[in-house]
Design a protein. Structure first.
Length: 691
């Protein structure tokens, strides 16, 4: 097994090689490279498949008890300063490598069907491979500096992928928004890293934790500085994992192709924030104030995302706010010290949320065959309904994901979410209450999505609804012309033009997606159902493998003996109970139609508008930051124009005037110069004679 560890560096390098080869082909031989679409896809998928094989081998080796392995080389040195680069393989790394490579591989297979007719097919694969390499490099990083390098590379790839359809204004704006918001968090992370190095003289995770604790205990470092540095580091995960108040970029990022939503914004990049908290746990756990900030931020974010998701009609944005909410659960778990529970939910969520996003892409693919390439129509659940009849594989897998995220046993989400709630209740019942209420809201909005999409009557052919939705999307009330075709390319544009008389669709009803799209859904459904059993409270194999650094873990036999069935039934029953209430309400409103949601919304109009407008965060940020910075820029411009430019212009004017005056004095006549000297001497004599 030792040889596997020596070649573990290949895991991030192989996808990088694939991205470089395809990228060089696009630059030098663009037409030929784009012509060989399938060959490029096979190359990139194969290289990532090798990385996945190595990752699974490393995970198995770590499960078998192999010691953690670190390999470094000196990258830079100056006096006493030494910076090393390399890779480390431990339990956490092995788990994350397995999650990232398996999800990324399935997403790449799915992409072949979803982007089949897109002219940027090859470029998209190059971006995917580059992103996979960056994320894998982040996971294996042995110190904070290397993590920060790959952290920024992941952000760059997110910018490229969210803005993949850069000729569409909404996508370009979303990419810029994601980039700017993440820079805010990353600047805080950078300041935190520098502050920790200033205090401890190290970039190594456990060394920083030990030295920081010693410095605070000895009084050599004020505890306030420790809190400040920890919170600054936490700003990085706040942005990357879309936590309040830097959560606003994630829903807009749904403007990118759906495979990106599944890979970056459900399973990998947003999970990088939770991963960094886990890596920095030796620092955070000894700073109680920072742990409280983490816990309350996560709890509020979980509630915030859930309350916004209940009114979303865009299927992808509904899942985006669901992702924000579930990430809040993970962050809250880390903040209350439930290290294992947070990472367990990270793993289960990665699989079922990736599946849900890919299901949404399959739905959009099917809807485009009816309504065309207009996202205002193809992604709006008000035009869906009854898709289970036409897309059975997509419907079944979406239902599995819905049951998993709702916390219904025995699906994976139940075990991980219940463990978070149980651990939170032992530390802070108030936070548990927020998480428990959020669990009910989660079940409600997820089944609302399922019922609106897959049950009832298909509404996609109702022209009046189409025109209303398009008018609302474009801010108009008059009848609109059909939108120009663009988008994921799931439908050939020549085919689209030939059937323009059918409102830019070529079918009366949706159809199931090709096997390249449905196969990943089926494969992701397996862990969505079964993977939770590795973390049951009576035989928690996950906890035996993943536990906080420096702590010992309870043996499985001891776990079984200490398992309290009554406590499990009370805590698990309460979370399932609130979920069932949410499912029942969703059924009565959107399946049985015995409760009118519009009537309820009218009675609580302010709350409904608060949710519909996403708590007005975008409007507030636009007024305060966008318009505020513009006003500040104008004031700075005025200062620059009147003061800075004025001082420069005054200097020039004084030079001009003095030069004009002196040119009459500098006439070249010696007698005139002698007269000036005589006058100056006379003036001095008079002045000093008087004094």
């Amino acid at each position: 097994m030792e040889a596997i560890y020596q070649y573990a560096w290949l895991i991030p390098v192989l996808p990088l090689v694939g991205a470089m080869l395809v990228g060089l082909g696009l630059i030098s031989l663009n037409r030929a490279t784009n012509h060989l679409r399938s060959l490029n896809a096979v190359l990139i998928i194969s290289l990532l498949g090798i990385s996945m094989g190595l990752s699974l081998a490393l995970l198995w080796s770590q499960i078998q008890g192999h010691a953690p392995y670190t390999r470094t080389l000196e990258w830079a040195a100056a006096g006493n300063f030494h910076l090393s680069m390399g890779y480390t393989i431990d339990h956490l790394t092995a788990l994350m490598l397995a999650i990232v490579t398996t999800v990324a591989l399935l997403v790449m297979v799915y992409t072949d069907g979803y982007m089949a007719h897109d002219p940027g097919y090859v470029r998209f694969y190059a971006y995917l491979s580059l992103f996979s390499s960056s994320m894998l490099g982040l996971v294996v990083s042995p110190n904070l500096v290397q993590i920060y390098i790959f952290w920024e590379l992941v952000g760059m790839c997110s910018y490229l992928l969210v803005g993949f359809w850069y000729d569409r204004k909404a996508a370009a704006d979303a990419a810029q928004k994601a980039f700017v918001v993440n820079r805010v968090g990353d600047f805080g992370l950078l300041l935190g890293i520098l502050g920790l190095y200033w205090a401890t003289g190290s970039f190594e995770f456990e060394v920083i934790g030990d030295r920081l604790q010693s410095l605070v205990q000895s009084g050599a470092l004020a505890s306030g500085f420790a809190v400040l540095f920890a919170v600054l580091v936490f700003l990085g995960p706040v942005a990357k994992s879309a936590q309040f108040p830097l959560h606003v970029w994630l829903p807009d990022a749904m403007e990118g192709p759906t495979p990106i939503s599944a890979l970056i914004h459900a399973a990998t990049m947003v999970a990088a924030g939770v991963f960094l908290i886990a890596r920095m746990y030796p620092v955070f756990e000894d700073v109680p104030a920072a742990m409280n900030v983490i816990a309350f931020t996560g709890a509020f974010t979980a509630f915030l995302g859930a309350t916004i998701a209940i009114t979303q009609n865009d299927i992808k944005k509904g899942l985006a706010y669901s992702t924000i909410s579930q990430l809040g659960y993970m962050v809250m778990a880390m903040g209350v010290g439930a290290y294992t529970a947070g990472l367990f939910h990270l793993m289960t969520h990665a699989y079922f949320k990736a599946m849900l996003f890919l299901c949404s892409g399959s739905v959009i693919h099917g809807m485009e065959s009816v309504v065309g390439h207009d996202p205002a129509l193809a992604q709006n659940m008000q035009l869906m309904g009854g898709l289970r009849k036409y897309m059975p594989a997509t419907a079944i897998t979406f239902l599995i994901g819905t049951l998993a995220i709702s916390g219904i046993p025995p699906f994976a989400g139940f075990w991980s979410k219940d463990e978070i709630l149980g651990s939170t209740f032992a530390v802070n019942p108030v936070l548990w209450g927020v998480g428990w209420l959020t669990a009910g809201i989660t079940a409600f909005y997820m089944f609302r999505m399922y019922f609106l999409t897959f049950e009832g009557k298909f509404r996609g052919n109702e022209i009046s609804i189409r025109h209303q939705l398009k008018a609302a999307a474009h801010g108009l009330t008059e009848e609109l012309e059909p939108a120009t075709a663009f988008g994921p390319g799931a439908m050939d544009k020549r085919e689209l033009a030939a059937t323009a008389h059918k409102t830019h669709g070529h079918s009366e009803h949706p159809h199931e997606s090709p096997w390249t799209m449905t196969l990943p859904l089926v494969l992701l459904a397996i862990p969505s159902v079964l993977i939770g059993f590795v973390g049951t409270p009576f035989a928690n194999y996950f906890e035996a493998f993943i536990y906080p650094p420096g702590e010992t873990v309870m043996e499985l036999a001891s776990q079984a003996e200490s398992f309290d069935l009554k406590e499990f039934l009370i805590m698990g029953g309460s979370s399932v109970g609130i979920a069932l209430i949410g499912i029942t309400l969703a059924s009565l409103m959107y399946l049985g139609h015995t409760i009118n949601p519009a009537a309820i919304a009218a009675k609580i109009e302010p709350l409904y508008q608060l949710s519909l407008h996403k708590w007005y965060f975008d409007e507030i940020y636009h007024q305060v930051f966008v318009l505020g910075i513009r006003r500040l820029a104008r004031q700075v411009m005025e200062v620059d124009f009147r003061v800075v430019d004025g001082a420069v212009n005054l200097t020039g004017f004084f030079t001009l005037v003095s030069g004009e005056g002196l040119k009459y004095i500098e006439n070249g006549r010696a007698q005139f110069y002698a007269l000036i000297v005589f006058g100056a001497v006379l003036a001095l004599v008079i002045v000093f004679g008087v004094t």
